[in-house]
Ligand binder design. Structure first.
Ligand SMILES: Nc1ncnc2c1ncn2[C@@H]1O[C@H](COP(=O)(O)OP(=O)(O)O)[C@@H](O)[C@H]1O
Ligand SMILES: [Mg+2]
Length: 199
């Protein structure tokens, strides 16, 4: 069953397995395209495994092929669909904790939006490390948080201010080196606002 077809991949589900197949990009030279897709697929698998190892809930990688991953299907609700005034406190705290754990081990998710988070009785799961990478730089971690903030602003405006406070408090509580990231985040925000003003 086809679940999603994004810019980067098609997602199908067969029973308890998710198949994520990276799409060919017609505008790239075929050989280069294959190389890029293979590299992204391998990196996504590695990041999913590493995140899991450092205590963040992520789907198990069941099989890894050239441009295709078989992943454990996570049964739950997309945070995007359920975040509201009644539940954001607990969920926001979990989001902050998950981001802190990733960043503590230099894992940058790359697309921290509420579409890439699933919640169920086990907790908050992060999926889609397709834009992820490894970096020690506070600036890269700050951009991860900035994108999350932007996503909240555009999809959960009603609860966003409170949720963001809770996320940051939880992030700081779970990441000893968060100060440098928060400082870098202020710079990223400044640049963001400047960009908006100057078109
Ligand atoms: N392991 C999984 N368990 C359950 N649903 C998943 C899983 N992986 C992907 N999905 C569903 O498919 C959608 C797209 O997958 P995602 O990995 O985010 O790809 P894309 O790069 O296209 O955003 C997700 O938003 C989610 O609804
Ligand atoms: Mg996604």
């Amino acid at each position: 069953m086809l679940i999603a077809k994004g810019a980067e991949a098609t997602i199908t589900r067969e029973n308890e397995t998710i198949i994520k197949e990276r799409l060919r990009k017609g505008y790239r030279l075929p050989e280069l395209d294959e190389k890029i897709r293979k590299r992204r697929t391998a990196l996504e698998a590695r990041l999913l495994r590493e995140a899991r190892r450092v205590g963040v809930l992520t789907p198990q990688v069941l099989e890894e092929e050239k441009t295709r991953l078989m992943l454990e299907f996570i049964d739950g609700m997309k945070v995007k669909d359920i975040l509201d005034a009644g539940n954001f406190g607990d969920i926001a705290a979990k989001i902050g904790e998950a981001a802190a754990k990733l960043h503590g081990y230099d894992i940058i998710h790359g697309d921290l939006t509420t579409s890439n988070m699933i919640i169920n009785e086990k907790g908050l799961w992060l999926i889609d490390f397709g834009l992820g990478f490894v970096s020690k730089r506070p600036e890269d971690k700050a951009v991860d948080l900035y994108l999350l903030h932007e996503a909240l602003e555009s999809t959960h405006f009603d609860v966003m201010e409170q949720a963001w406070k809770t996320i940051l408090a939880s992030y700081k509580a779970h990441y000893g080196d968060s100060e440098k990231v928060i400082k870098a985040l202020l710079d990223v925000e400044k640049r963001g606002r400047y960009k908006e003003r100057s078109g």
